[in-house]
Design a protein around this ligand. Structure first.
Ligand code: CAA
Ligand code: NAD
Length: 278
């Protein structure tokens, strides 16, 4: 079976890695050649980690042979499932899905890795709303076991079943979610990250102490501000904006420090600076 991933950033390269390691012929597309070059290096390093750790009978080269990295979207035409993992902007996602509608066979399923945007709205922008759903992976994809499968208003049960089988084949567990702002996990997680930023902004404690407090006091693997940097502050701001816009609830107001860091181009780990320096 051939699958494809569009967008080779933090999430896209991880999704393509796990697909290829699960035996799928995988096409990874990005508009920027440099992003594909970075993705190739990251994938080779992370495949090596998994092969060594699990003592697998395969090599990095063998896995990478199943991956085609390209800037030409035409190469996804005969994929059975295309997962989009581009920037968290509705207009960009709709434009991409409309392009995919022309490029792909009518049977191809489109899955969005969106963290927060309406899967129903994305489906309605295509000629195949029954074949559009959310397939929300977690960062870092090779490590995190969960995928939220999100059913839009017109997504068919058959589409959900195909994505459930793909999730299982990728050795991940799924939960089923109806389309709603931020789905389940982010609806609960993001307000906690936001609160950590308010605590920081109010000068109650340093970033290090906030993170240490949450790590040791609630047994989280990393603290909320470091996690925000890992997710990407630009993405996080877009996600928080969706939550505020969709609900209109002022309890979801956005910390000023987040806007300020994003305006300055400090997106967290991916740009070398966010709440921390990298
Ligand atoms: N590929 C493969 N393996 C990886 C990896 C990657 N990209 N990143 C980490 N690992 C492995 C390491 O090899 C290591 O394995 P061993 O323990 O067997 O040696 C293990 O993961 C732990 O890694 P590290 O020791 O380097 O660092 P760590 O202990 O801090 O763990 C972490 C890293 C797994 C990322 C951990 O910090 C963690 O779980 N953090 C929380 C992650 C989280 O909450 N993610 C959800 C974000 S929200 C989201 O994704 C949704 C959204 O829409 C925004
Ligand atoms: P990122 O900024 O690391 O990467 C996005 C990539 O998409 C870039 O390489 C960019 O060049 C590429 N791109 C943009 N427009 C494109 C187009 N039209 N065609 C092809 N490529 C295009 O972003 P990310 O963190 O990987 O996030 C991607 C998606 O995954 C977003 O929808 C985000 O909300 C979601 N997500 C992110 C996380 C996270 O922790 N970062 C977790 C779960 C879901």
């Amino acid at each position: 079976m051939k699958v494809a991933v569009i967008g080779s950033g933090i999430m896209g390269n991880g999704i393509a890695q796990v697909m290829a390691m699960s035996g799928y012929e995988t096409v990874l597309v990005d508009v920027q050649q440099e992003a594909l070059d970075r993705a190739k290096t990251t994938m080779e390093k992370n495949i090596g980690r998994v092969v060594d750790k699990q003592g697998l009978e395969t090599t990095v080269e063998e896995v990478m042979q199943r991956v085609q990295l390209t800037t030409d979207i035409q190469h996804v035409s005969n994929a059975e499932v295309v997962v989009e993992a581009i920037v968290e902007k509705m207009e960009a996602k709709k434009a991409l899905l409309q392009q995919l509608d022309e490029v792909c066979e009518p049977k191809t399923i489109f899955a969005s890795n969106t963290s927060s945007l309406s899967v129903t709205e994305m489906g309605a922008a295509t000629k195949r709303p029954d074949k559009v759903a959310g397939m929300h992976f977690f960062n870092p994809v090779p490590v995190m076991e969960l995928v939220e499968l999100v059913k839009g208003a017109d997504t068919s049960d058959e589409t959900m079943a195909v994505l459930q089988r793909l999730t299982e084949a990728m050795n991940k567990q799924s939960i089923l979610v109806n389309d709603a702002p931020l789905f389940v996990v982010n609806r609960i997680l993001i307000p906690m990250l936001s609160e950590a930023m308010f605590v920081y902004e109010e000068g109650i404690a340093s970033a290090e102490d906030i993170d240490q407090g949450m790590k040791l006091g609630t047994n989280q693997p990393i603290g909320p501000l470091r996690l925000a940097d890992m997710i990407g502050l630009d993405t996080l701001l877009a996600v928080q904006q969706s939550l505020l816009d969709e609900t209109g609830d002022s309890k979801y107001r956005i910390p000023f420090i987040l806007k300020k860091l994003v305006r300055a181009g400090h997106y967290g780990r991916k740009t070398g600076r966010g709440f921390y320096q990298y």
